[in-house]
Design a protein around this ligand. Structure first.
Ligand SMILES: [Zn+2]
Length: 136
């Protein structure tokens, strides 16, 4: 076997693990609707479920990111501004990347251990990693 073939084989050995992990978890798409001067996220229950976070945390994040007041109930989350669905999806993607998906093993099995002085400490239940994220 040539060096090149050996390298190729090595590369393919590494690939399956990576692609499997990515396929495992999908950041949920935001299902939103503009109504007058408000934007309603209709599937907040599903998003909060997948994230395993209180919707109050998601609401707090969106309030800061969108610089608009946010309210929520069991069914929906309401932003008191007109926000495009694309923008909401970008914000949600960033939220998941920052606060939900483990930096070490890339699984979404994390929980918030502590929020202190603008930093969130996140613990991964899958691999045990613990790290701190600066809140935006
Ligand atoms: Zn992990």
């Amino acid at each position: 076997m040539s060096n090149y073939e050996q390298l190729l084989e090595k590369a393919f050995d590494l690939l399956p693990g990576l692609s499997e992990e990515k396929a495992d978890f999908k950041i949920p798409e935001v299902d939103s609707l503009v109504q007058g001067n408000k934007t309603i996220i209709k599937n907040i229950a599903q998003i909060a479920d997948v994230a395993r976070r209180d919707r109050s945390e998601i609401a707090k994040y969106l309030t800061k990111e969108l610089a608009a007041p946010v309210t929520y109930d069991d069914q929906k989350l309401t932003i008191l501004a007109k926000i495009q669905q694309n923008t909401l999806n970008e914000k949600m993607k960033r939220y998941f990347e920052l606060y939900i998906i483990c930096k070490e093993c890339h699984k979404p099995d994390t929980h918030v251990q502590m929020i202190d002085r603008g930093y969130t400490t996140i613990v991964c239940e899958a691999c045990g990693a613990k790290y701190t994220v600066k809140n935006s």
